[in-house]
Design a protein around this ligand. Structure first.
Ligand SMILES: [Zn+2]
Length: 489
């Protein structure tokens, strides 16, 4: 039973479950008769047979099996070795804008493929390649194919983030009140969690700040700390005018399509000061949404204690290179998220004095044994493999920690998972697993799955810098507790 569960868990882990967000690869059948089955294996029901040269797209994979949709809309699984990539696929990299009111985005390059999304006039699409007249396109939210005759090339380079934007700050208190005025006598509008980024509109003992959702209020400057970063604004409607001044009486400088990103330079009442390729100007705030990004690791209320001097930590960012891991419903690649988290975790551990060994620091593919060797060769005290999860049911969400075979792995897992469980997402518990990276390591080893890329809410959190920072801190605090507990201090 235990073994069956372990095998099932390993299967869940190694299987890349995908949704319509998968960048479907156009392929053709390479044998005379290919069975289309209801699942990834010989034991699944045969739904039909596909003839040689049948056009299809690969939308998912499980081991040697490929989940496919044919150009006539049939869907199922086939044995992958009987497919070859469509030789007409050419890769390019450019941007186009949608020219019609509504443009179907299909799963594959042909009108027989199902529609997976609809792009709207003015929307900007990144072109990854083409199959004849069909462009393989991508945005943050969709991937698929569109007809090239309904789009035009975009020549305008995206606006460079402006150097002299509004300063950003991070909340250092565990909870910070945002008030309607400059003092505690004013009502609380909302509360912010530690690590949340705000834009400082007017600095002061009570700083006027704007939140990412556009809310403006006042916070005590004692509980925020400046961080490097950039505030951007995204145009949410079509044909939005940027004017020379904060009012409709000012001349129009340029008109932005929906999705255009400009840098945020402050507010004048309902108007937002922006900087775009056309220069500095003003856009009505109700047409914009905001995004704050900081490359910095979370600032802590307490100064960093260098209490991990002498400890060695091996960090493994799961997947990489030709293996992206799970693909998020929002297009995020698991391998990228894992690496981002791993690099930030390294910084926190190094700040505390630990010696850190990384299995990878860039987008490369490693074998599982190469990953384990990093822990063993450097005599690491702990091995932490960072992953994020996926499930075929998009409603499945939450955080999970797997631990290796040794009792100390369990204690390490407990320490980290206790912190991950405070992130405000579902607690899916701790599990033992026979993943090779856990089984073959002789040092305390865990594998974390912070959240589900296949779940819309979780995937949005994994795209949010402040959540990533909190998740990284959870890892750090857990590792720290385990190491300090073991050192007997
Ligand atoms: Zn993974």
């Amino acid at each position: 039973m235990q073994k069956r569960i372990a095998i099932w868990l390993a299967f869940m882990m190694l299987t890349v479950f995908v949704s319509s967000a998968w960048a479907a690869t156009p392929s053709v059948v390479n044998v005379n008769q290919l069975n289309l089955r209801s699942g990834p294996g010989q034991s699944f029901r045969v739904l039909g047979t596909l003839a040689r040269n049948t056009e299809l797209v690969v939308v998912g994979l499980s081991g040697d099996w490929r989940q496919v949709v044919t150009s006539t809309g049939n869907a199922g699984w086939v044995f992958g070795q009987h497919l070859v990539e469509d030789s007409r696929l050419a890769t390019t990299a450019r941007a186009v804008a949608v020219d019609v009111a509504r443009l179907n985005v299909r799963q594959g390059p042909g009108t027989g493929y199902p529609v997976v999304a609809v792009a709207e006039r003015g929307q900007s699409l990144r072109v990854m390649g083409n199959v004849g007249e069909w462009l393989k396109v991508q945005t943050a939210l969709l991937q698929g194919y569109v007809r090239s005759d309904f789009v035009t090339e975009e020549n305008t380079a995206p606006a460079k983030p402006h150097a002299t934007g509004v300063p950003l700050a991070r909340v250092t208190a565990s909870i910070l009140n945002v008030r309607a005025g400059t003092g505690t006598q004013f009502p609380v509008i909302t509360q912010l969690a530690q690590g949340t980024l705000v834009a400082i509109l007017t600095p002061g003992a009570w700083s006027q700040v704007m939140l990412e959702n556009g809310t403006i209020g006042f916070v005590s400057e004692d509980y925020i700390a400046r961080v490097a970063g950039a505030a951007t604004a995204r145009v949410d409607a079509n044909a939005v005018n940027q004017r020379r001044g904060p009012g409709t009486s000012f001349p129009v400088m340029t008109t932005h399509p929906a999705g255009q990103v400009v840098s945020f330079g402050g507010r004048e009442g309902d108007w937002v000061r922006v900087s775009s390729a056309a220069g500095e100007g003003f856009i009505l705030g109700s047409f914009l949404s905001f995004g704050f990004l900081s490359p910095e690791v979370p600032t802590r209320a307490e100064p960093v204690k260098r209490d991990l001097v002498g400890f060695k930590v091996a960090i493994d960012a799961g997947h990489g290179g030709s293996d992206p891991g799970a693909i998020g419903v929002n297009g995020l690649r698991e391998s990228d998220v894992n690496l981002r988290m791993a690099l930030k975790l390294r910084t926190l551990l190094q700040d505390a004095g630990a010696e850190v060994f990384m299995t990878r620091t860039s987008d490369v593919r490693l074998t599982l044994d190469e990953r384990i060797a990093v822990a063993h060769d450097n005599r690491a005290d702990v091995f932490v493999s960072i992953h994020n999860n996926a499930h075929p049911l998009t409603e499945v969400s939450g955080t999970k920690t797997f631990f290796g075979i040794t009792p100390s792995s369990f204690r390490l897992g407990q320490a980290v998972h206790r912190h991950l469980a405070t992130l405000g997402i579902e607690d899916r518990g701790m599990h033992s697993a026979n993943f090779r990276v856990l089984q073959a390591t002789t040092v305390p080893a865990i594998l974390t799955e912070t959240a589900f890329l296949s779940n819309h809410r979780d995937a949005a959190l994994l795209a949010d810098e402040s959540f990533i920072n909190r998740a990284v801190e959870a890892h750090f605090e857990g590792i720290r507790e385990f190491l300090r507990g073991r050192s007997g201090l």
